[in-house]
Design a protein around this ligand. Sequence first.
Ligand SMILES: C[S@@+](CC[C@H](N)C(=O)[O-])C[C@H]1O[C@@H](n2cnc3c(N)ncnc32)[C@H](O)[C@@H]1O
Length: 262
Amino acid sequence: MGNPTPPSRQAADGSPYPDRSRPTFERDIQRMFGHIAERYDWFDHVASLGNDFLWRPRALGQLDRFRTPGPIRSVLDIGCGTGDLARLVARRYPSARVVAADFTAPMLANAQRRGRRAPEGARVRLARATALHLPFADASFDLVTNAFLARNLSSLPDAFAEMRRVLRPGGTLLTLEITEPTSPVFGALFHAYFDQVVPWMGAAVASEGPYRYLPESLKSLPPRPELVRLMRAAGFPRVAACPQSSGIVTTYLAEVPADQSR
Ligand SMILES: C[S@@+](CC[C@H](N)C(=O)[O-])C[C@H]1O[C@@H](n2cnc3c(N)ncnc32)[C@H](O)[C@@H]1O
């Protein structure tokens, strides 16, 4: 007889409620995103009060100001969800080959449906993959992006090391994530909404667990200087943290030196 599967945490309504301290964490993250895949986009727009429409394009603007100019021929968007960032990237860099990868099948199915309706969707190839073991050769992308993935990872150092591995010399990593607001007064308002109202909205659509997990996941993310340090330690000497919307989200940008292969 093998070991019994350890129990996963669930919310009162039976929805998945990942717990970082359990060995089932990654499996539970996958189950959680599978559970919310169908309503992910509209819930995201409502819960962010429409700000998510601004954050991804602004992050790409910050990327273009940060990076050393050069052609972008190949891009990996990891944790692509329904593919919003991957399609934006494909529109912005029309000659690039874009791979959008995620480990949750229902999210990829949603990305495929949405891609069929978008002109640039045809240039985005979908792949099922985990950020911790990317199924791509060393130095195969000019740009690696990820949005709202970082706080769901069981190991940030391992994920950054993988992203660094698949980037070419001179390539850039963009990580967009929810962060602590920069002003304490605004932070108090933000937390009242994010920690109390958003879980209540989640419970109203039978997803109490995912939207209780959301504020918990922010608390487990390292603060900006520590995250910058982790990126440097992964082999990116040049890193910038660019807050947006009073710090509710931050765009982390990191560059592989042009003269340094692995
Ligand atoms: C909050 S959603 C963000 C989706 C999209 N990037 C966006 O901007 O809306 C996080 C996504 O990351 C995926 N994900 C979480 N952990 C992952 C991992 N270890 N490897 C690959 N994908 C992962 C989830 O399946 C989910 O689709």
